[in-house]
Design a protein around this ligand. Structure first.
Ligand code: ZN
Length: 404
C-alpha cells in the first residue's frame, strides 16, 4: 500500500490544541501514525513531503452546502435555475470548486434537482469526479405555495401526515442521506415570514419519524424560536440560522447540545449586506430583507451559544451570485469577526465538529482517521483568513490522495 510521510510540519490536529511540530504518515486512505517533537516515524518506501514548517490540519467541513446553487468563484449565474443538463454539470463543477477550496467534506442543506446529489455522490465516491465527501440531500423543500421555495421541482409532497411520510419514503428509496425541510419562512422571502411555521407539527413529526425509521437525517431551515423548538423536539440533526432563538430556545439547545448541530449560514447574510450592491441588493433592499436586523441578532445570539457549548458550525449558503461557491472559508473569518470565536475555536468547529456532523472519521489528525488533510502556508490558528487564499493551500489531500 502506498505511504506518504509529511515531515517538518506544524500540526493542528483539530482538537483545539495549539499546533505542535511533528510528522504524519499516511498509508492508503488513513492516517497511520502521528508523531510529535523529535520523534521520527519509520518510513521505508514512503513518498516524503517536506512541509518546511507549514501547517498540517484536517480538511474543512462545509455544514450548509448547496452544490447545485450555480454560482461559483469566477463563474456567476444570475438566477438559481438552469436547464437540467447544464444544472447537473454545473453542480459537479461546484463539487470540484468546493474541494479545491479546502473543503473535503460537505453536508448538503438542500438540492435543486431531486437526484443530482445522489448521482454526484456516486461519481465522487467511485473516484470518477472530484468533490468533497457528501451527505446528499433532498430538495430544498417546503409545503406548496410557501414563498421562497425554489420554483422548479417544488411541491413534491402534498399536505398532511400521510403525504409527508410518503415523501420521505420516496426520498429514502431514491437514496438521499438527509431530508431538508423549511420549518419556517424567512424575512428574505417576505417581510415577517421568518415568524411563520410552514408545516404543522404533526407533519414534521410524521416526516421525522419516517426519516428515523429509514436511517435518514434531517436538516431544517429554522428562523423563528418555535421552528427551532420543533426541530429539536423531532430529532433534527442540524438546524440552520435560528436567528430568532429566545432565552428558552437557548436553554433547550444547551440541554440537547450533544445531539444537535447549528449553523448560522452567516456568509450569505454578510454578503447581502456588504457585497451585493451590484446584484441589485442595495442597502435599502437588504434592510427590507431584514438582513441588518438578522446579523445584529446573530451577533448577540451566537456568542451566547458559544458560551453554552452548543456546536455551531461554519457553512454559509454559498452558491448565490454574490456569495459564490469556493468562498466557503470566509465563514471562518466571520465567526471570529462577528461572533467572538477565537481562530482555534473556529477551526475546531470547521474540522472536529464538522466531522461529528458528517458522522465520519474525519476532522482530526489522529492515527486511524481518514486522511483528509490540508497543508497550509502559514498558521491558520493565528489568522483564519489565510484559508481563503487558494495559493496558501499548498496541498489538499482527500482519502489519502492529493487533489493538488
Ligand atoms: Zn441554504
Amino acid at each position: 500500500m502506498q505511504s506518504i510521510l509529511f515531515m517538518n510540519a506544524m500540526i493542528f490536529d483539530g482538537t483545539g490544541r495549539e499546533p505542535f511540530a511533528g510528522e504524519i504518515l499516511v498509508t492508503g486512505n488513513r492516517i497511520a501514525v502521528v508523531s510529535e517533537g523529535k520523534e521520527r516515524i519509520p518510513h521505508e518506501g514512503a513518498t516524503i513531503i517536506n512541509c518546511n514548517g507549514a501547517t498540517l490540519m484536517p480538511g474543512l467541513v462545509e455544514s450548509h452546502a448547496h452544490l447545485s446553487w450555480p454560482s461559483s468563484v469566477g463563474r456567476i449565474f444570475e438566477g438559481l435555475m438552469l436547464p437540467p443538463e447544464e444544472h447537473l454539470l454545473v453542480t459537479a463543477h461546484n463539487a470540484r470548486v468546493t474541494l479545491e477550496a479546502g473543503f473535503t467534506s460537505a453536508y448538503s442543506a438542500g438540492s435543486l434537482g431531486t437526484r443530482f446529489e445522489i448521482a454526484l455522490k456516486k461519481e465522487i465516491e467511485g473516484g470518477y469526479l472530484p468533490g468533497p465527501r457528501l451527505i446528499s440531500s433532498s430538495l430544498e423543500q417546503g409545503p406548496k405555495d410557501v414563498l421562497g421555495v425554489p420554483p422548479a421541482e417544488s411541491n413534491k409532497h402534498g399536505r398532511g401526515v400521510e403525504a409527508m411520510r410518503a415523501y420521505v419514503a420516496e426520498m429514502a428509496e431514491l437514496g438521499v442521506d438527509s431530508i431538508k425541510l423549511l420549518l419556517s419562512g424567512d424575512d428574505a422571502f417576505a417581510s415577517g415570514a421568518s415568524q411563520n411555521l410552514t408545516y404543522t407539527e404533526e407533519e414534521v413529526a410524521a416526516a421525522a419519524s419516517e426519516a428515523h425509521v429509514r436511517g435518514l437525517w434531517l436538516s431544517g431551515h429554522a428562523q423563528s424560536a418555535e421552528s427551532v423548538k420543533i426541530g429539536l423536539r423531532h430529532g433534527f440533526r442540524i438546524l440552520y440560522h435560528c436567528s430568532h432563538a429566545d432565552e428558552e430556545t437557548l436553554d433547550l439547545l444547551e440541554a440537547k447540545k450533544d445531539g444537535i448541530f447549528i449553523a448560522p449560514a452567516v456568509g450569505l447574510r454578510y454578503s447581502r449586506l456588504y457585497e451585493a450592491e451590484s446584484f441589485g441588493i442595495t442597502r435599502e433592499v437588504a434592510e427590507k430583507m431584514g438582513v441588518y436586523a438578522e446579523v445584529e441578532r446573530m451577533q448577540k445570539l451566537y456568542p451566547e451559544m458559544r458560551k453554552r457549548g452548543v456546536r455551531v458550525l461554519p457553512g454559509g449558503d454559498y452558491g448565490f451570485p454574490y456569495n459564490p461557491v469556493g468562498r466557503n472559508a470566509r465563514d471562518l473569518e466571520l465567526f471570529v469577526k462577528l461572533f467572538g470565536y477565537t481562530p482555534i475555536e473556529t477551526l475546531v468547529a470547521a474540522t472536529k465538529q464538522g466531522g461529528e456532523l458528517m458522522g465520519l472519521e474525519v476532522g482530526l489528525i489522529q492515527a486511524g482517521w481518514l486522511a483528509d488533510v490540508l497543508l497550509v502556508d502559514g498558521d491558520p490558528t493565528k489568522d483564519v483568513q489565510i484559508l481563503q487564499h487558494r495559493e496558501r493551500l499548498l496541498k489538499i489531500m482527500k482519502n489519502g490522495l492529493f487533489i493538488s
